[in-house]
Ligand binder design. Sequence first.
Ligand code: EPU
Length: 338
Amino acid sequence: MIRFFENYSLKKYNSFGVDAMAKFFFEFTELKDLMIFLRSDKSDKEEKLLVVGDGSNILFLTDFDGQVIHPNIPGIDIVREDRQNVWVEVGAGEKWDEFVSYCVDYRLGGIENLSLIPGTVGAAPVQNIGAYGQEVCTVIEKIKGYDLEKKEVMEFSADECLFSYRSSIFKHYLKNRFIISSVVFRLDKFPEFNLKYGILEEKVKEKGEKNLQNIRQAVIEIRSAKLPDVKNLGNAGSFFKNPEIDIEISEKLKIKYNELAAYPAKNGTVKLAAGWLIENAGWKGYREGDAGVHEKQALVLVNYGNASGQEIFELSEKIKQSVFEKFGVELEREVNCI
Ligand code: EPU
């Protein structure tokens, strides 16, 4: 199926609920439809392109003067199985959390800690979604899609995706050039549970047995208590990344702020909790018009109703500046600002 519109509102296609317009909007449910569209007169080769799933990691600062491509390919298919693993190919348009629920129901482990993350399956690898000690890259076998420059259907192995903390090749080098059509996941029939994060183990114990269902329920409870639901309050999850800094700088900060939330990271660096920095710069619960900082998790910026993308962005700039002035730490945005 193909749907094509001109001057189309993107309000339903970004979880901040910003009312930006796309000059052109194209949705497809099969890869061949995308290829047909790209060869047609409707696809203007000169237009800027933007690939949008559910828009749960995007902030529109203004209308988009180009073509928005919305992959909506459905399907969850088991493609291979051995004693230990099951390989499942999932269409880019499937909802991420529905896929997590499917895996938990079929007793397939590997993504249960990623329960309740908004967005589509096709968007999950782009920013390498992660939570509670799990990252999606560890269960990805390969990614299939279409390269708009090479005009070729292509596959990427997990290694070729260059995954790192909230990042991949699709977020940088192949941004708006490669359209993911499906993802093949390698899930575990006998998973080792990852309950190292904070209160997760305790929450699971309260529920009884350590199993996928109980882990999923515990994660849902932890997230719901802290993170706003995009259905009720516009937001895009963490607005900034947790910054990685040199251990010496972190030691100096610790002398001044002994409560500093800091965790050892790779290559001898230290990861700071951006939420802690923002809260301790005084922003938690702050509101300016309809743009605000969530009252329970300072890393999440929210739209109370009719904030424009520009207003939310300006608030984020003020936060960045004030965190830098107070702690000397530069925050990097995680959300894609268009
Ligand atoms: N903290 C504060 N104040 C705040 C928020 C956090 O002091 O307002 C402190 C907490 O005390 C805690 C630490 O910061 O010690 C970490 O907080 P939390 O466990 O809530 O996680 P986070 O680092 O803020 C990251 C991810 C989330 C993910 C959680 C759980 C990033 C950018 N964010 O947040 O991912 O759900 O860990 O694993 O890495 C997302 O990417 O959109 C997202 C929600």
